[in-house]
Ligand binder design. Structure first.
Ligand SMILES: [Zn+2]
Length: 236
């Protein structure tokens, strides 16, 4: 780190759910549009986040792709303004990734002053979205050894059971995703796949909480009516 290093702040949100409705109802805060919650409620939660971190936020329209987009402060707002599954910036604007079982990944290089937020679900991980984001950061002046990655809560391999077809398709491209569920059937380890893409970055922090097993996290597998938590990162 040099004396000209930037300060970076980041975090992963937790949810609060009415205990009587765990597994059935939307929790709050809920940062996901198109989750069944009233739009006004989600926008208010997003506005409250901006106020608490003291910066505008860029929200992605996430489509399970491998699209990596370089964004700026002009992309900030309360709506999903950028269709992508990874965003990178050099501006003083926060980046958010919305999840409910997929892997949220935050990346930053303090020396280069570059931060990124990545949505890595099964499809994105299979398409190397995390590796592609690191590569794009490198082309913007980052050195992999100076990059720190924060990998947030996701569904664990023991819980993420999948059918034979889905398993075969994923594992044919990313063998490191192959796993077994707690009860011995086929499952996928999306986090392991993400970690493979992070092999060459300097530092990796992992929150290995399982979204399906934790009631302060939304899990789509537990309830398709769930909300979305986020990972956010900000260059100060
Ligand atoms: Zn689990």
């Amino acid at each position: 780190m040099t004396s000209s290093s930037s300060r970076v702040r980041y975090g992963f949100s937790r949810a609060v759910t009415n205990p009587a409705q765990v597994g059935q109802a939307l929790s709050w805060p809920n940062y996901g549009l198109n989750t069944g919650a009233p739009r006004s409620v989600v926008l208010a939660d997003r506005q409250a986040l901006c106020e608490s971190i003291g910066a505008p936020v860029v929200w992605m329209n996430q489509i399970h792709s491998d699209i990596v987009s370089v964004v700026g402060s002009e992309d900030a707002g309360l709506d999903n303004s950028v269709t992508a599954d990874a965003v990178i910036t050099k501006d003083r604007v926060a980046l958010a990734v919305q999840v409910a079982d997929c892997v949220p990944v935050l990346l930053f290089d303090r020396a280069a002053g570059v931060v990124a937020a990545v949505h890595a679900g099964r499809a994105g991980a299979k398409a190397f979205i995390v590796a592609k984001t690191v590569s794009q950061m490198t082309s913007m002046g980052c050195s992999p050894r100076n990059i720190t990655a924060a990998v947030g809560p996701c569904i664990c391999a023991a819980c993420y059971e999948v059918g034979e077809d889905v398993f075969a398709q994923a594992v044919s491209v990313r063998p490191e995703m192959a796993a077994k569920s707690r009860w011995g059937t086929r499952s996928l380890d999306v986090r392991a796949c993400v970690l493979r893409d992070l092999e060459h970055v300097g530092e990796v922090e992992i929150d290995d909480t399982c979204t399906l097993e934790s009631h302060d996290l939304n899990s789509y597998r537990r309830s398709p009516r769930c909300g979305r938590q986020i990972g956010w990162v900000l260059l100060d």
